[in-house]
Design a protein around this ligand. Structure first.
Ligand SMILES: [Zn+2]
Length: 185
């Protein structure tokens, strides 16, 4: 692990060193100063491992940091519940067009639904629903969890209600903002 900011070190951040900078670095090393060079690619590697509070403090738009898990492997898409669609509703492109909600069938069972707004919005007959782009924020997700609990208690959940709710929660964790909250280290 590098010792950043030690008395005999200079940490220099940038995209790539210019020739002039490189000469400067070499001259620093010649006089006995250790130089640690950090460039854009190094920073991008570090971001996914940062804690949520660090990201929140130093990055203005966390919603623009997408899918670190996708890049790290092990990403699991969440397919729209419209069988004829099958789009990944938590993909970077689809998040703004996706929602979760509830459908009450003829036998008065309540179903948990998620998918593209254009595919499932008409079926969300219960007044409560949530935008995926909204509940990816941890505070919003906590609120939505309470709503789902309340809806499940006040209605008769279908056999697959909790399965679909679990799949949605699993998916949201992958795109959660801030990234990394609740992760054990
Ligand atoms: Zn769809």
């Amino acid at each position: 692990m590098a010792n950043f900011g030690g008395p005999q070190q200079r940490v220099l951040a940038g995209r790539l060193p210019t020739t002039a900078l490189k000469r400067k670095l070499i001259s620093l090393e010649k006089v006995g100063i250790d130089v640690i060079e950090i460039y854009l690619d190094n920073v991008l590697d570090i971001i996914p491992t940062m804690m949520g509070f660090t990201l929140q403090k130093y990055f203005q738009r966390p919603q623009e940091m997408h899918h670190h898990l996708a890049e790290a492997g092990g990403y699991k898409p969440l397919q729209c519940m419209n069988d004829e669609c099958g789009k990944d509703i938590i993909s970077k492109e689809r998040i703004p067009y996706s929602l979760a909600g509830f459908y009450i069938d003829n036998e008065n069972s309540i179903h948990f639904l998620y998918g593209c707004k254009s595919c499932v919005a008409d079926y969300c007959t219960h007044p409560y629903w949530a935008e995926i782009g909204q509940i990816r924020y941890i505070e919003q997700m906590l609120g939505w969890r309470s709503v789902v609990d309340e809806v499940a208690v006040q209605n008769k959940p279908s056999a697959d209600f909790y399965k679909h709710w679990a799949l949605l929660q699993e998916a949201i964790l992958q795109i959660q903002v801030p990234q990394g909250w609740g992760r054990w280290i």
